[in-house]
Design a protein around this ligand. Structure first.
Ligand code: GLN
Length: 198
């Protein structure tokens, strides 16, 4: 089975790796363009999007990642990772991030759900999952679809929190911060990387 890559520049890398290993995946930490060879999907973890974007630029990962995303390669961005995938980033407190990936027709409103101290957990309904999923929101963005090509897979009262546009998945919460691997499984199954459990 080809490995699933986790962008390992900053943020919640270890947590994604342990969920993927729990699902039986081989995992590869991605730090350079060379690391992108022989992976079948990629996770962009949460963390600080401005930091991750500047490290991606420094390590010359932005262009190859953009090309892979445009060519249909499966990429799942969680929290800061979702901000990085979005075409529009609403910058309340920060200057507009240059040279981000900008692949998905999504407007990300950064830190919409408040500061670190107003982090919260909410049980959310997710299309394709029978059980509620425990969504952990930490300085989470609101993710607003900009085109009909974007499907909303989950929403809270304020708006969408899990989106899919073909090969691109975006969550404003952290699916790696609970023992429940079902959202990672859904992402990987939808691209034939894991076989459905029925
Ligand atoms: N607010 C952070 C950002 O926009 C994301 C926070 C997170 O990933 N938990 O970079």
């Amino acid at each position: 089975m080809p490995a699933v890559g986790v962008l390992a520049l900053q943020g919640g890398v270890a947590e994604h790796i342990s969920i993927l290993m729990k699902l039986g995946c081989f995992v590869k930490e991605i730090r350079t363009p060379d690391d992108l060879k022989s992976i079948s999907a990629l996770i962009l973890p949460g963390g600080e999007s401005t930091t991750i974007i500047s490290l991606m630029n420094r390590w010359e990962l932005t262009r190859p990642l953009k090309e892979m995303g445009e060519a249909g390669f499966p990429i799942f961005g969680t929290c800061a990772g979702a901000v990085i995938l979005s075409k529009e980033i609403d910058e309340k407190e920060h200057e507009v991030s240059q040279n981000s990936l900008g692949l998905a027709d999504v407007r990300a409103v950064r830190n919409y759900f408040g500061r670190q101290t107003s982090s919260f957990v909410e049980n959310i309904n997710v299309a394709g999952l029978a059980e509620l999923f425990k969504g952990v929101f930490i300085r989470a963005p609101l993710l607003l679809p900009l085109s009909d090509e974007v499907s909303v897979l989950s929403r809270v009262k304020d708006g969408p929190v899990l989106l899919r546009q073909g090969n691109l998945w975006l969550s404003s919460f952290h699916p790696e911060l609970t023992p429940d691997s079902s959202i990672h499984r859904l992402f990987l199954e939808s691209h034939g990387i894991l076989k459905g459990s029925g």
